[in-house]
Write a protein that binds this ligand. Structure first.
Ligand SMILES: C[S@@+](CC[C@H](N)C(=O)[O-])C[C@H]1O[C@@H](n2cnc3c(N)ncnc32)[C@H](O)[C@@H]1O
Length: 511
């Protein structure tokens, strides 16, 4: 049985752009799969010629909105102009991997047991479009979807019917790990294994139809597990959800088969990601972003990682930048376990004080900023909570107040009494022998690194931060995290205060 669905990569014709990397200047091989473009507003990209999606589901599926020029979403031009207006004229855009980039997909399951449909909703409806040949998916997600469909039919699983609230299988999450050290590095990506989470329409594993769930999991393992020529399935999990709203996952997760731990290697560290934890969909692009990010964090600094998920960003910085301390703040308690596992694999030589806090970054945001030199924020698409924007806008005056009060009260340290702050601190994980720093004597961040997946909200937040004059923009980079769409990931570096005038010797005027 051939489980490996191989899609032929579309050939990519020559395009024109101003690039820092050496680009072909004459008709020659296709461009590398990843390019860093240093863009000026005059950058020209020939419209219809450049790298195209070539996906049979384009227009029926709502996943991709753009078919041409995957390497250069139109929004990049807008971003280039935006950053130029705010003093950054060397915005770069990394086109990353254009096809087969999605390593994490949440797909709806509908239809019937003899004709299951697995895919995304048609725009503006709850009709599911089957997308077996999706060009954005890692090819092994498509192979696992194919296997799952066969299992649904063989085991006679009823896909969910939203109108009636009947059926068993509602959604499936597929996550690919591309980290297998038993293979040469060049072979690892394409041989990624898939962690499958079946979202089952029952309260728990004791429901009358859980026999079907186990039979489906066994089918996947028998036909895609380690005993097959091609080992496709990493593990099978169940999530139980009976709610009638649109929330995909319920609160109950069960590991059914295969390896419990799911490892990926990004930003220089091994990262554990449970299916319940947030994970970036584009593993390769995320790795490129993390490497860029590391350059902006001086060695030995203290970092606050807000909206941290399983702490991948903070822990990658702890390892590569030898941070004095790293503090991760995340609202989803499910990410805690993955954080702890990742920490267990960090090199023993790391001496940072590392903590993870189950907390809402919008409540008392200042309490998370105090004591850090660098704050990294990576919010969901809707952008920053107003309370955090306020704290960042007023950071200079707050700092003056904090410093003067700590001077006047010299060694008197105010006891923390606010219950929500105390609760969040209690719910924290502390790693390493070093105790967290005494925050009462510390200053506030001088560097703010904003990682954004929502361009519209980023622009608003950025304007608000700059209007306060507390920050200026120093650098900005874009990454093609979602080729085929008009969304890009942005990494923007802000520094405190006014931009320093460029030092250059002015020629003396002759009198
Ligand atoms: C875009 S993800 C980034 C996660 C992480 N930085 C990473 O790259 O893996 C945003 C994260 O913010 C978390 N989040 C959302 N609202 C939050 C809040 N008010 N306080 C803290 N975390 C929040 C989400 O649960 C999610 O894990």
């Amino acid at each position: 049985m051939n489980l490996f669905h191989v899609s032929s990569r579309p050939s990519c014709p020559l395009f024109t752009c101003h690039a820092t990397a050496a680009l072909p200047t004459h008709p020659s091989p296709p461009p590398p799969s990843s390019l860093t473009l240093s863009l000026t507003p005059s950058t020209s990209v020939q419209p219809s010629l450049a790298c195209a999606l070539h996906c049979p589901h384009f227009q029926s599926c709502s996943g991709c909105t753009h078919e041409l020029n995957l390497h250069h979403p139109i929004i990049v031009d807008e971003a280039t102009n935006f950053f130029k207006k705010y003093g950054v004229s060397d915005f770069t855009f990394d086109s990353c991997k254009l096809w087969g980039w999605r390593c994490r997909a949440k797909l709806a399951v509908r239809g019937s047991s003899t004709n299951p449909l697995i895919g995304l909703y048609e725009e503006g409806t709850h009709n599911v479009v089957d997308i077996p040949d999706c060009k954005a998916h890692h090819p092994n997600i498509n192979a696992a979807v194919d296997l799952l469909k066969r299992g649904i039919t063989e085991v006679e699983v009823q896909p969910y019917d939203k109108d009636e609230g009947t059926g068993d299988l509602r959604y499936v999450q597929m996550a690919v790990t591309t980290y297998n050290t038993s293979l040469p590095a060049a072979e690892r990506y394409k041989n990624g294994k898939v962690q499958v989470t079946l979202v089952w329409n029952s309260r728990n594993e004791n429901s009358s139809r859980s026999e079907k769930l186990n039979a489906l999991a066994n089918f996947l393992w028998r036909n895609g597990g380690p005993r097959n020529n091609f080992h496709l399935i990493h593990s099978v999990w169940a999530n139980f959800q009976t709610s009638t709203n649109n929330v995909i996952f319920g609160n109950r997760w069960r590991h059914l088969l295969g390896e419990r731990d799911f490892w990926e290697h990004v930003g220089g560290i091994d990262v554990s990601l449970a299916p319940s934890s947030f994970g970036q969909a584009n593993t390769r692009a995320f790795n490129i972003l993390l490497k860029k990010l590391q350059k902006y964090v001086p060695c030995g600094t203290s970092v606050a990682d807000l909206y941290a998920g399983a702490g991948v960003i903070g822990l990658s910085l702890a390892a590569t930048r030898k941070c004095r301390s790293v503090k991760c703040i995340e609202i989803n308690k499910e990410s805690k376990l993955s954080f702890e596992k990742t920490v267990d694999r960090l090199p023993a030589t790391i001496e940072s004080s590392i903590t993870w806090h189950h907390a809402d970054a919008s409540k008392e945001p200042l309490s998370w900023l105090v004591g850090s030199d660098v704050v990294v924020i990576d919010p969901p698409r809707k952008g920053l909570d107003t309370s955090l924007v306020d704290a960042l806008q007023n950071i200079s005056s707050i700092e003056r107040r904090v410093l003067s009060s700590s001077e006047s009260s010299s060694s008197r340290v105010k006891e923390e009494k606010r219950p929500w702050v105390l609760r969040a601190k209690e719910a924290s994980v502390q790693v390493g022998s070093k105790t967290p720093q005494d925050e009462s004597t510390q200053s506030l961040p001088q560097t703010l690194i904003y990682i954004s997946c929502g361009w519209e909200s980023f622009k608003e937040d950025c304007k608000a931060l700059l209007s306060s004059k507390a920050w200026h923009l120093e650098k900005a980079h874009g990454f093609n995290f979602f080729p085929g769409t008009q969304s890009i990931e942005v990494l923007a570096v802000f520094k405190r205060g006014h931009r320093k005038a460029k030092s250059g010797k002015k020629k003396k005027k002759r009198l």
